[in-house]
Design a protein around this ligand. Structure first.
Ligand code: ZN
Length: 435
């Protein structure tokens, strides 16, 4: 096992360097950063390959193989970031500045930090002569995650499955400590919700707006729908991940309404985060009606961003929509639909995470969580149904409440100590799994 201080220093320097490559997506321009990372891994003894769906935007695959068969562990990350407006920041977002014990810059949390910790661990292990006793360690750094992965993980998993095939994946999605009612808890992202966006349409009859009752206004028919969406919510429902999480918090999984009320009273910030894990959510985001201010609209369209628990489809979504807004007076049409995905929660990989946390933070617990959004894990779970993919980047110094608003926000930064902790986890995991 590499020295902890060495891992922390390597991860810190690597993150600073990575932030200085501007990989804002679009356009991404990941090539320079990927070549730099490939060079580091190559020098340490990995076989490296850059595979690009489009020019200038390669994905990186680095492998360290054992002589004998065994599991393939993938340390996964993406090197692109969302944009940053320097005017909102107190440092240059591409400076990688080290200040107040943190590395600052776009990607410091999402997710150049994890890429840096994973590669620092992989390179440190390989440089001290470590090789897997069985199986294979793969480091995969994708392009294009922030814009949907068409040229990144999706393309790799669909066009080059043999190159990225694996049994275990560690990716982004969770890991910052959460404090609640005297408990400390580290989340492991074991599942991702599905996306079932839909358009709700009301209809009426056009007419001149100067004579209100000459027509039948489709827009005002939206008022009760919006009221219902504001006031109500679909029934809470339990699945394996929130069940594990609520139990780890020492709360009752029987009466979810009462449990949520209790959490809300204790710490509303926790309720805000747990609620979306407990079923379908409906968030109206866009509305349109008449194109002219003086014409009564014959049709109004409301777009609703709807997220559905893993492995559930349109029918389930529709049932929950009806519960909240009723049955009559409008039409519902689904646009983009993507079913959510999950990995089992009781696995040896979860065991490794538990024992790591037991060593690092003995009083804390580990619990599975569902990501309300999605990440590259989705493509791996889909392409390799037997693989176990978890999102886990442990952070103890900066907790979930501090980190969450910085992701995709201004002054994104990460404590150096957390980079060290994460690098220790990835190095230890490779040693434990690949033997
Ligand atoms: Zn990300």
């Amino acid at each position: 096992m590499p020295e902890p201080q060495d891992l922390e220093r390597r991860a810190t320097e690597l993150l600073q360097r990575l932030i200085r490559f501007n990989t804002v997506n679009p356009p991404g321009d990941e090539e320079e950063a990927q070549r730099f990372l490939a060079g580091l891994l190559d020098k340490a003894g990995f076989e490296t390959e850059l595979l690009a769906a489009v020019e200038g935007r390669p994905n990186l695959i680095a492998r360290l193989r054992a002589e004998s068969d065994g599991p393939t562990l993938v340390l996964l990350g993406h090197v692109d970031t969302v944009l940053a407006d320097p005017a909102d920041w107190s440092v240059d977002p591409w400076s990688g500045e080290l200040k107040d014990g943190c590395v600052w810059g776009r990607g410091a949390l999402d997710m150049k930090s994890q890429v840096a910790a994973e590669i620092a661990a992989a390179v440190a292990l390989a440089e001290e002569g470590w090789r897997p006793e069985a199986g294979e360690l793969k480091v995969i750094v994708t392009a294009d995650e922030e814009a949907g992965a068409e040229h990144g993980a999706q393309w790799l998993c669909e066009q080059h499955p043999d190159k990225v095939r694996c049994d275990l994946v560690v990716n982004e999605g969770a890991g910052q400590v959460l404090e609640y009612d005297g408990k400390r808890l580290y989340g492991v992202c074991a599942a991702e919700k599905g996306v079932f966006r839909f358009t709700l349409t009301t209809r009426g009859r056009a007419g001149h707006a100067s004579i209100p009752r000459i027509g039948d206004n489709a827009l005002t028919k939206m008022a009760p729908v919006l009221e219902a969406l504001k006031a109500g919510q679909p029934k809470y429902e339990l699945s394996p991940e929130p069940e594990g999480l609520i139990s780890a918090l020492g709360l009752d999984t029987g009466d979810l309404e009462a449990t949520l009320r209790q959490i809300e009273e204790n710490d509303p910030r926790v309720a805000v985060l747990i609620e979306p894990m407990l079923g379908v959510t409906l968030t109206p985001t866009m509305i349109s009606a008449s194109e002219k201010i003086n014409v009564i609209p014959a049709r109004a369209d409301l777009k609703v961003d709807c997220r559905v628990p893993p492995e559930m489809g349109t029918e389930h979504a529709l049932r929950r929509i009806r519960e909240v807004v009723g049955e009559d007076g409008f039409g519902v049409e689904f646009g983009e639909t993507v079913e959510g995905n999950r990995s089992p929660v009781d696995t040896p990989l979860m065991g490794h995470i538990r024992s790591f946390i037991a060593r690092e933070d003995p009083d804390a617990e580990v619990a599975p969580v569902v990501l309300p959004g999605f990440s590259d894990s989705r493509w791996f779970r889909h392409a390799f149904p037997d693989c176990v993919a978890y999102g886990f980047f442990p952070q103890r110094k900066m907790d979930l409440f501090e980190a969450a608003p910085l992701i995709h926000g201004a002054d994104e930064r990460i404590p150096v100590e957390d980079l060290g902790m994460a690098a220790r986890f990835y190095a230890g995991l490779a040693e434990e799994v690949l033997r």
